[in-house]
Write a protein that binds this ligand. Structure first.
Ligand SMILES: Cc1cc2nc3c(=O)[nH]c(=O)nc-3n(C[C@H](O)[C@H](O)[C@H](O)COP(=O)(O)OP(=O)(O)OC[C@H]3O[C@@H](n4cnc5c(N)ncnc54)[C@H](O)[C@@H]3O)c2cc1C
Length: 308
């Protein structure tokens, strides 16, 4: 059987934010033949497309050292500090570019509206990105997808199953065309895996593509995987859709059990401001005692305090 072949200088696997940015950056750096493939659709099936799009960008007036300390402490002093510093330092540049490309963020007067970020005392988040009639991750992914289309070849429904190695160097990938079932061969001078993490998120919010394929592909090539403890942020139950609770609980929201009583103070010194896994563990203990489900998020008091 004749195998369909494709040659490129850089093969990017995965077309969420990471893959799309990589394609744009590679083209800007002068890489000629950039190919981007995705087992779902290009830029439109990923977590990036589905997420709320609240993103952390350190602005020039922010205290970078404080932000860095927040991240390092929140990750139990285990994260790679120079990498976190570089991401934060360059984040303002990325924000400027998104704005140049037409993304607008929520504003309060003429200042960006920035909200507290879960578990990080100083770090603030830009919220509600929009582009024309699109909001959130869909707006950002749509814009990146459009930019990545300039000069990069894209192909959807291509499931990369294996990497190819020659003399210790990755030289391409084997894939399956998910529509025809035909095998595909991608030869490339370099392969970039932007296939995201694997986590409980794969079971909810329709992010079924988040299955950690990149880790397996890299591991099989002899790559040493590290920092796997950060693989899944906000470990919790797939039944607890916690999106938005970070802000709501910081603004005075309270979790209530099935009887309508607050319970977090009994379980954790940070009460309702505790991390997701602590909230979920507390709920599990309340279930054992017959006090739930359901659990409620009560914004009544916070509303009265702020609005009167
Ligand atoms: C509901 C939800 C809300 C969120 N809200 C926020 C938020 O407000 N702010 C924030 O910062 N983060 C948020 N996140 C997290 C954020 O969306 C992700 O961290 C980010 O989008 C990851 O980008 P990525 O490019 O690494 O991965 P993804 O966007 O997931 O892209 C990975 C791509 O790789 C493809 N792929 C995987 N395996 C293969 C393979 N073998 N072959 C070919 N293609 C493959 C997938 O199909 C997918 O398109 C949220 C996530 C979810 C699910």
């Amino acid at each position: 059987m004749e195998i369909e072949r494709h040659d490129s200088d850089l093969l990017i696997v995965g077309s969420g934010y990471a893959g799309l940015w990589a394609a744009i950056a590679a083209r800007e750096a002068g890489v000629e033949r950039v190919a981007i493939v995705d087992k779902a659709s290009i830029g439109m099936s990923s977590q990036s497309r589905l997420c709320a799009g609240a993103t952390i960008h350190c602005l020039p007036e922010d205290d970078l050292d404080r932000w860095l300390r927040d991240f390092v402490e929140a990750n139990g002093f285990l994260s790679r500090q120079p990498l976190v510093a570089e991401i934060l330092e360059t984040s303002h540049r990325r924000l400027r570019r998104l704005e140049e490309w037409g993304i607008a963020y929520a504003k309060l007067g003429d200042r960006p509206l920035r909200l507290p970020s879960r578990g990080l005392p100083h770090v603030l988040m830009m919220v509600r990105p929009t582009f024309r009639d699109r909001v959130g991750g869909s707006a950002v992914a749509g814009v990146l997808r459009r930019r990545a289309a300039i000069g990069a070849r894209r192909r959807a429904r291509v499931f990369v199953t294996d990497l190819l190695q020659r003399r210790g160097q990755v030289v391409g990938a084997i894939a399956i065309d998910r529509v025809t079932g035909a095998p595909l061969l991608f030869r490339a001078r370099a392969v970039l895996l932007a296939t995201a993490d694997c986590s409980f998120r794969g079971h909810y919010a329709c992010t079924y593509a988040t299955t950690g394929d990149g880790y397996r592909l890299a591991f099989e090539q002899g790559v040493r995987l590290s920092n796997m403890e950060f693989l899944c942020m906000n470990t919790g139950s797939p039944h607890f859709g916690f999106e938005g609770t970070g802000i709501a609980l910081k603004w005075g929201g309270r979790l209530l059990d099935a009887r309508g009583e607050p319970f977090m103070a009994r379980h954790h010194p940070d009460g309702d401001a505790a991390e997701i896994h602590e909230l979920v563990a507390a709920m599990a203990r309340e279930v054992e005692q017959g006090h739930g489900p359901p659990f409620y998020l009560d914004m009544g008091e916070a509303w009265r305090e702020r609005v009167g």
